[in-house]
Design a protein around this ligand. Sequence first.
Ligand code: FMN
Ligand code: SF4
Length: 543
Amino acid sequence: MRSLPLPFQPRFIIYTAVLVITAALLIEFLLGNTAFFVTMPLVLFAALSLLGTLDLIQTRHAVLRNYPLTAHLRFILEEIRPEIRQYFLESEKDGTPFSRDKRAIVYQRAKQALDKRPFGTQNDVYASGYEWLHHSIAPKQLVKEPFRIVIGGPDCSKPYSASVFNISAMSFGALSANAIRALNTGAKRGSFAHDTGEGGYSPYHRENGGDIIWEIGSGYFSCRNGDGTFCAEKFEQNARSEQVKMVELKLSQGAKPGHGGVLPAAKVNAEIAATRGVPIGVDCISPSRHSAFSTPIEMMQFIATMRRLSGGKPAGFKLCIGHPWEFLALCKAMVETEIYPDFIVVDGKEGGTGAAPLEFTDHLGMPLREGLNFVHNALVGINARDRIKLGASGKIVSAFDIARVMALGADWCNSARGFMFALGCIQSQSCHTDRCPTGVSTQDRSRQRALVVADKAERVFNFQRATVEALAELVAAAGLDHPIELAPAHFSRRVSAHEVKSFADLYPPLEPGELLKGSGDKRYEIPWAMASAKEFRAQPRSA
Ligand SMILES: Cc1cc2nc3c(=O)[nH]c(=O)nc-3n(C[C@H](O)[C@H](O)[C@H](O)COP(=O)(O)O)c2cc1C
Ligand code: SF4
């Protein structure tokens, strides 16, 4: 059968019709009919004809060449697909990375709206992976005082009493100035800590006086020399600020471990340049590795330098666990140098970021619970757990999330995206485009004004307080006085339709000093043998 001529094929018919109507209107116009009902449609159809013709001759989009005009509908629908899913199709348990239910609990607590649920759980309690906390027959009285934890080992002269729930590292640059202001004001009101992220200690962190954990990454922002190396004088000047309570060395974060970062030149405005100590309008690069040290021993010496320059404040590091022997190399360096960090923050692979390659966000790094428990056991195994406090981050937004990781070894928790939701983030996931619809993650001033600092600071404060109150209720129901008493035996997980396991079985402990004595535990024995305090590289197994 002979096919129809091209203009009459279904995929071209709209374009052909538009051309025909345009021609008819043009003839009418040339015959002297200049009435509004002729000129207006003529302009419209002429524009559509032009668009269709451009579609036909352009070479970038095959679908437009084959479906002139009509293919634009596909692009429009694709653009609004996330919104359609979120507003019309998503169920309470749907939505990634955070389900609608998880986001809702943050919004409700931030707005002091009713955060209770009627009619029983929506979770399938017989599905694999379902987890629960055991309650006690003899619950304790509800503790009214917010839970705090003292961070600072024997070498620290200015320990910090931290809340168990704090704002995780997010840079000025990734977040807007108004977002930073609101977070820090909320932190000040609620006496919890606000981590700067690696993008420097900006004026917006300083304005409102909330407790600061100052993080430095491989770009040494706010403490760098012209060539990008670490500048001890600038570090000392900032770290001694009364507002800075702890100093943190960032090795990696879960969403993009082992990956540096680039803030594109266009985003490096005068403010960001001044905060970071970099030139205006030039790509701002965070290398993938540090230049201030290159071996585990040197890294411990650098931690000691940070603590000394800060005037004795708690100094620690943040990482997502990668090769187990590399963390154990750090443990060996601690033992050999007798320099111990005051804290370690373990970030889970499930952590967030402003932007990262898909392969990194999806498949690089250890998930939080395994990473945290590994670090906790390793520190027990070198007899250092009592002097090093452990922080944890990675999709922690509810009191249950906090309780679970505290049972696995955390002394306190940080949340990044939880606090972004409290600021009004709607999980549109366009943080990397500078077109954030809520003003949270954009440097565009006209968009930032949507975020009203006083209002959102109140929500940040409310969210943190209500979450810690919910934690107090869980802890009391479990018959405990403080979440630090939570242990693996308090939790269970369904591992199959017919089997439930205690966390105590799923996460077996190490004995104090076991690594130093020579552990036969297969999880540690081999990587311990491969670890060296002198280099991060794996050692041959026989060494
Ligand atoms: C927008 C954004 C920016 C971030 N920037 C940093 C950073 O500068 N330094 C860092 O250590 N982690 C950074 N993170 C990671 C968070 O601090 C946190 O470790 C991770 O997102 C897990 O927490 P969450 O699941 O509560 O988001 C960032 C995360 C987000 C979402
Ligand atoms: S609203 Fe969207 S773009 Fe803005 S911070 Fe949230 S996820 Fe990122």
